[in-house]
Structures are given as C-alpha cells and as structure tokens.
Design a protein around this ligand. Sequence first.
Ligand code: GDP
Ligand code: MG
Length: 192
Amino acid sequence: MTSMKKDKMILKIIVLGASNVGKTSIMKRYTEGTFSSERKASVGTDFMRKTITLNDAEVELQIWDTAGSERFHAGTLGNSFYRNAHGCLLVYDVTSANSMSQLSKWKEEVLEKLGDDNFIPIVVVANKIDIQNEDSPDTSEVLTWCKENFYGHIETSVKDNIGVAAAMNAITALAIETIRNQNMKRDSNEVS
Ligand code: GDP
Ligand code: MG
C-alpha cells in the first residue's frame, strides 16, 4: 500500500539487525534527539513517528522497532512487522563481527517476508564508529557485500550524532523513488 494523503506521504521504515547494534538508539536519536548509554529493555511501542520535509514534500516517517525480539533469531519477527514497509535500515556494529555476519541473514529474511512483488530499498548502517579501534573487525567484506547488492552504506555514531539523519534521509529518498517508479510502471501497464 502506498499511503498518500493529499500532500503528505506516509512511509514505513523498518530497522533491522542483530541485537545490541543500536537500532533503538538510532530511532531515538532521530525522533527525540536523545542518546543513552544504558541498555534499556525494549520500548514496547511499535514505531516512532517523525514528519520531515524532503524536496518540498511533506513525509511522515513511521519507523518500526523490533522491540528486542531479534535477539532470538531472524524468524521471530511477525509478518505485520514487514507488511507494507517502504524501506529498511539494516544495522550492524563496527566493533562486532557477529553483527556483520548476520547481515545476509536479515537480507534474506526481508526478501522472503516481502515477496518478489514488493521490492523495498535497503541501506546498511555501520554504527558505533566512535569506538572503532585497531581491534575492530575488518569491514571490507561488508562493503563488498553492499556493492554487490547495490545497498547504500552509511557510517554512524548515535553517541556523537554522526550520520543518523543522513541514513534516514537516504532511505527516505530511496523509498520515495521506489514508490514513484512502481506507480509509473503500474500506470503504464494500465495504458497498454
Ligand atoms: P538495539 O538492541 O539494536 O536496539 O541496540 P540499542 O539501541 O539498545 O543499543 C545497544 C547499546 O549500544 C546501548 O548501550 C547503547 O547506548 C549503545 N550504543 C548505541 N549506539 C551507539 C554508538 O553510536 N556509540 C556507542 N559508543 N554506543 C552506542
Ligand atoms: Mg532495541
């Protein structure tokens, strides 16, 4: 479903990735401007909202959190989490090799849950760059994987407020472009 109120577009963005990579933190930083170093239990709410203006268009973002259920395995997220999503942020932690190795599993999960007819753009988010040091795992494989899949890759530090808005703007712009392309395709199919 493409939710279009008169001028305001409503976009559902889902935030996925391993537990502890900073998904909830990214959403809170973006919607509330806050950061906490404490690990809090899941927020309980389904999504957080933020209305932005992008290229003169008003867009309401509904950013969906896994609410902690990802800590078991990818398959635990219900269909309603994925349903009608317009874009996905796929988050990993640059200090956690485990979170990197989970990326392809999450990608498969997104493709499977949405089905072939519901393509959505994915942007990969490399979080916690503020604590990157010599011991951190090599990210080159992730970069190659992103190139192969045509996924954007954006580095963030929620703590230092680096890149979070850029990541959200990127997925929003791609989601809008995808919707426009799908509408154009549908319109031309109707004509022919
Ligand atoms: P989630 O399980 O993916 O939702 O992860 P959370 O948002 O709960 O964050 C997990 C932990 O990582 C928390 O202690 C956060 O404070 C911390 N964290 C999140 N983002 C950053 C970051 O950019 N830098 C640092 N140093 N810590 C972060
Ligand atoms: Mg969380």
